[in-house]
Design a protein around this ligand. Structure first.
Ligand code: TYM
Length: 373
């Protein structure tokens, strides 16, 4: 595939994503050094996902920083479409959102779009998506959000609260906009066409509650951006501030190229996988190594094409020096794939054991986080 022969929508990522091309296509801005300097100043230390350009693109993030500098409140909003168990890729934006919540002392609204997943997935019943939502909530809580500053809700449990803003939004979106932005056609079910109005609501909810403009920042992977382009387009007509966004790249699958995706379970690690299963998946991963150990020692491997290296880079090694050393050692043939996989497997297993403990503890505190009508 050529550099711009790929597709990214909220429901599918196909081909090798060129993130600069995507930014241009979507019309977003690069997170530049002046923005990073401001965040550094506010937080004391940049999160490694910012330092490494994993969170790399934004819309109006600078306005959120302006608000913060003026001591104005802003609200965070992110979400999950409960179509299955949570994988490590989903956790990435949530871990980053927790960092922003902690450093900026911001309230977080967390939406679970069980309605979306029912409408967009032929095989899921309403019971299935509600069941997955409650499983996913345990992962969300396990990430460590502050219960005093976090509200989690399922669309179907909170629809009375969400519906009037959704109606306001939907009245301002035409069918041709929905077709152009999301690629819908005449055989698309009409629930799908309406759905984006529901995903818009939390961006405006805090402003409505407080009866004054409360800026909203949405951290997410860049696949969700199309929804919020529409949200931003209708905001001023409804007298709400346009939500700001900060976008990350996709945590890869264990094949090294695709996005980690729940539909490819052998090459994705789920938070509910046993440590043993996770280790097996890692040991079977595709690397940037040579065919034989001898060749690897002599010629070195290729970290830029290696799923294992990506795992360290995106999530499992926050120290930059260690990531650089790993890459150098790989290129110089000092470390071979088997060793590198084994070290990662230990890290991932340790992470899963801890996360699964926190998931268990979360069961006792779900009610502290949930909003229902
Ligand atoms: P969903 O469930 O597809 O994804 C949840 C969050 O994870 C991000 N994501 C990834 N990030 C990094 N690497 C990956 N491989 C990866 N796969 C998914 C998504 O961008 C998202 O941030 N419709 C939404 C739910 C939603 C939402 C929101 C998401 C409702 N309101 C506001 C973000 C912000 C969905 O189905 O997400």
């Amino acid at each position: 595939m050529t550099d711009d022969n790929f597709i990214v929508t909220p429901w599918a990522v196909i081909g090798d994503v060129n993130y600069d091309v995507l930014m241009e296509r979507f019309g977003t801005q690069k997170i530049n050094t002046p923005i990073l300097d401001r965040v550094s100043k506010h937080t004391g230390e940049l999160h490694f996902m910012l330092r490494r350009g994993i969170f790399y693109s934004h819309r109006d993030f600078d306005r959120i920083l302006d608000a913060y500098e003026k001591k104005d409140e802003f609200v965070l909003y992110t979400g999950r479409g409960p179509s299955g168990n949570t994988h490590l890729g989903h956790l990435m934006p949530w871990i980053f959102t927790k960092y922003i919540q902690d450093k900026y002392n911001a309230k977080l609204l967390f939406q679970l779009t069980d309605d979306e997943k029912f409408l967009f997935n032929r095989n899921l019943t309403q019971n299935d998506t509600r069941k997955y939502a409650y499983e996913n909530i345990l992962d969300i809580i396990a990430v460590g959000f502050d219960p005093k500053k976090t509200e989690i809700f399922l669309d179907t449990d909170y629809i009375k609260t969400l519906y009037d803003i959704a109606l306001d939004v939907s009245k301002r979106i035409t069918l041709s906009t929905a077709k152009a932005v999301f690629g819908f056609n005449n055989s698309t079910n009409i629930g799908r066409i309406f759905f984006t109005s529901i995903q818009s609501v939390p961006a405006f909810l805090e402003s409505k509650r407080q009866r004054k403009p409360i800026p909203c920042l949405i951290p997410c992977a860049i696949d969700q951006d199309p929804h919020f382009r529409v949200t931003r387009d209708v905001a001023s007509a409804l007298n709400y501030p346009k939500p700001a966004l900060i976008h990350c790249k996709f945590f890869p699958s264990l094949t090294g190229s695709d996005k980690m995706s729940a539909s490819k379970s052998n090459t994705s690690i789920f938070t509910t996988d046993s440590p043993k299963i996770a280790e097996k998946k890692i040991m079977n991963a595709i690397t940037g190594g040579r065919k034989t150990v001898k060749k690897q020692r002599k010629n070195g491997g290729n970290p830029s094409e290696c799923s294992i290296y990506q795992y360290y880079y995106y999530l499992f090694e926050d120290k930059d020096e260690k990531v650089i050393m790993l890459s150098d050692d790989c290129k110089e043939g000092k470390i071979i794939c088997g060793e590198c996989k084994q070290i990662l497997a230990e890290k991932v297993k340790h992470f899963l054991v801890k996360h699964q403990e926190k998931r268990e503890e979360a069961k006792d505190v779900v009610d502290q986080f949930m909003c229902k009508d």
